[in-house]
Design a protein around this ligand. Structure first.
Ligand SMILES: NC(=O)c1ccc[n+]([C@@H]2O[C@H](COP(=O)([O-])OP(=O)(O)OC[C@H]3O[C@@H](n4cnc5c(N)ncnc54)[C@H](OP(=O)(O)O)[C@@H]3O)[C@@H](O)[C@H]2O)c1
Length: 223
């Protein structure tokens, strides 16, 4: 994709982790990059605020959505449904709301790149919310790629990635999780935000790619 000084890219979730790495990679190109999240005044759960935000921002070329990394764990029969619905409200419905607010402002030749996660297609007991939310988003991305064509819509599916999203964990449990990943993944390490950023750039740059799920998971899905 050709970037010029007029190109505008928006990364919703671009203030942390994977989104920040995408914003950094895009900022090395010509044009403007905007990062948005609650800390910059955009809450994807607030549809009215979102409509105002996109009206004020004006036309954009590339929309990346990485917002919403938290979800409750536990077996389905024991699940706190309120917490599960709250996670869906941010990551699933929030992504849809961003697309609704942004779609008409995306210029011809533009792209939307969503985010799912490797659990969408890996059955790990106790991870139902992430599995269901990410699988739903992968189906949604394909639907959007048909409905919004010729605008291109893709989705990046990250594996375990070392970001702020894991900072709320007990440090020894977090270290153990990353050590287990390093020992079990074919690539021998967990993901880094910049590994993921490369996938969003691929989706933006490759004019023949739409409706694609881009797996960047260190081989987690073939393990
Ligand atoms: N890291 C992993 O291991 C991993 C694995 C698989 C999939 N993923 C997926 O990759 C994406 C990015 O994850 P990450 O690890 O980069 O997470 P992260 O570091 O926690 O970043 C999440 C971003 O979402 C924003 N956000 C959260 N709630 C929001 C809201 N209501 N409105 C607007 N923005 C909101 C946060 O900013 P504010 O707090 O300022 O709102 C932050 O910028 C997520 O979809 C996650 O599920 C991550």
């Amino acid at each position: 994709m050709h970037f010029t000084d007029d190109t505008v890219s928006l990364v919703v979730g671009g203030t942390s982790g994977i989104g920040r790495a995408v914003a950094q990679a895009l900022s090395e190109r010509p044009g403007k990059v905007v990062s948005a999240s609650r800390r910059s005044g955009l809450d994807v759960k607030d549809a009215n605020a979102m409509a105002r935000y996109f009206a004020a921002l004006g036309p954009i070329d590339h929309l990346v959505i990485t917002s919403g990394s938290q979800a409750p764990g536990g077996k389905i029969v024991d699940l706190d449904l309120q917490a599960a619905k709250a996670a869906f409200d941010v990551k699933f419905w929030g992504s849809i709301a961003v697309v609704q607010a942004a779609a008409k402002t995306i210029r011809p030749g533009g792209t939307i790149t969503l985010t799912s996660g490797f659990l969408a297609r890996r059955t790990v007991p106790g991870t139902f919310v992430k599995t269901a939310m990410n699988a739903a988003l992968e189906a949604t991305a394909k639907m959007l790629a048909r409905e919004l064509a010729p605008l291109r819509v893709n989705i990046v599916s990250p594996g375990l990635t070392d970001t702020e999203s894991h900072h709320g964990m007990d440090p020894s449990a977090r270290d153990a999780m990353f050590e287990r990943a390093a020992a079990s993944l074919p690539v021998g390490r967990a993901g880094r935000p910049e590994d993921m950023a490369a996938g969003y750039l691929l989706a933006i740059d490759n004019g023949f790619m739409t409706g694609a799920v881009i797996d960047i998971e260190g081989g987690g899905l073939i393990n």
